[in-house]
Design a protein around this ligand. Structure first.
Ligand SMILES: [Mg+2]
Length: 305
C-alpha cells in the first residue's frame, strides 16, 4: 500500500459522518444497521473515463456525477439515501493531489445528499474507473419495481427530456429523490424507474418486465428547451434516444395519476402524462393519431455475438 492510498484512506476516515446504525470506514467492513423493520435498497453503478464521459472531463465532476446517478437509482424506488461506498481505479500518472481533490468532491456531494461514505477502495487502471454502491432506506411503502404496470395505467415522466449533453445536465444529473419518495408514499406507482439511457431504451425495459405494451403520444413529451431547438422528428429523437435525463418514468392507475398531476411538490419539477399502458407487447409511438414507423433507439452497449 503506497502513501497515496494511505492518504486517500485518511480522507475517507476523516470524512465519515456518523449516522444512526452506521460505522465505518476504517475496518474491513462497514457495519450498517437499519432501524428495526426497515428494508434497505442497494444499487451499484460505475463510471469509466472514455466510455461514460469524455477524456479530459474534470475528475471532480466525474465523481459528483457518479454519486448523483447512483442516487438516481434510489430515487427510482422512492428510497432515502443512507450510505455509500465507492472505488477508484486511476492511472499511475495521476497525482495524489488530483485524487484527493476528487475524493473530497465526492465526499462533499455525499454529505450534501445526507448520506455517509462508509467505505472505499483504491487501485490502478489505464483509465479512470469509478464505482459507487449506494444503500437507501425504504419508506413506509414498499419500493416499486418495474414489473407492476397494467393495461390502462397512465405513463408519466418528471421534468423534461432531451438535450442533456448540449445543456450540460449530463455532467450534473439531478436525482429525483424528493419526487420519487413523494410518488411512492402518496400515489403508490405500479412501476417506476429512472431514465438513464433514454426513454426509447428504458421504456421497453419497464414494459418487458411488466408484460405489457404502450402507446406514447410524441406531441405530449415534455421537451427540454435544448431539445426544442431541433425540428421535426429530430427533436423527438433527441428526447427519446440521447439518454442521461435521469428523470423518473412512472406507471400509475388513471385515478391516482390525475391526483399526482396536481401535486404541488411534483409540479415544481414537472410531471407529464406521455401515454398509456396497453395489452400485448407492442410499443406504439403516435404523432397525433398517426403511428410512427420510425424506430427510436436509445443508448445500448453491444458486444460481439
Ligand atoms: Mg436506473
Amino acid at each position: 500500500m503506497g502513501q497515496g492510498e494511505e492518504a486517500l484512506h485518511d480522507i475517507f476516515r476523516n470524512s465519515f459522518r456518523g449516522g444512526k446504525g452506521l460505522s465505518g470506514p476504517g475496518s474491513d467492513c462497514a457495519r450498517l444497521k437499519p432501524p428495526s423493520g426497515v428494508a434497505t435498497l442497494q444499487t451499484v453503478d460505475q463510471l469509466i473515463e472514455g466510455v461514460h464521459a469524455e477524456l479530459g472531463t474534470p475528475w471532480t465532476t466525474l465523481a459528483r456525477k457518479l454519486l448523483r446517478r447512483t442516487l438516481s437509482d434510489l430515487a427510482a424506488v422512492g428510497a432515502r439515501p443512507w450510505a455509500v461506498s465507492w472505488t477508484i481505479a486511476a492511472p499511475a500518472s495521476a497525482s495524489q493531489s488530483r485524487l484527493k481533490r476528487m475524493a473530497q468532491a465526492f465526499l462533499a456531494e455525499a454529505n450534501a445528499f445526507g448520506c455517509a461514505v462508509v467505505g472505499g477502495d483504491l487501485s490502478q487502471s489505464p483509465h479512470l474507473v469509478l464505482t459507487c454502491t449506494a444503500t437507501g432506506l425504504e419508506g413506509r411503502r414498499r419500493a416499486p419495481g418495474r414489473s407492476g404496470a397494467r393495461p390502462g395505467d397512465w405513463l408519466l415522466v418528471t421534468g423534461r427530456l432531451g438535450g442533456a449533453v448540449q445543456s450540460g445536465r449530463h455532467l450534473r444529473p439531478e436525482p429525483r429523490l424528493t419526487e420519487g419518495t413523494r410518488l411512492n408514499q402518496t400515489y403508490r406507482p405500479r412501476a417506476m424507474m429512472d431514465l438513464s439511457d433514454g426513454l426509447a431504451t428504458d421504456l421497453p425495459r419497464l414494459l418487458r418486465a411488466s408484460g405489457v405494451g404502450a402507446q406514447i403520444q410524441l406531441n405530449d413529451l415534455p421537451l427540454h428547451p435544448e431539445a426544442t431547438k431541433a425540428t421535426g422528428h429530430e427533436r423527438w429523437q433527441c428526447a427519446l434516444a440521447e439518454g442521461e435525463d435521469y428523470e423518473l418514468l412512472i406507471a400509475l392507475p388513471a385515478r391516482r395519476a390525475r391526483m399526482a398531476l396536481t401535486d404541488p411538490v411534483l409540479l415544481r419539477t414537472g410531471l407529464t402524462q406521455i401515454g398509456t399502458v396497453t395489452e400485448g407487447n407492442s410499443l406504439v409511438w403516435l404523432d397525433g393519431q398517426t403511428p410512427l414507423r420510425a424506430k427510436f433507439k436509445g443508448w445500448t452497449y453491444s458486444w460481439k455475438s
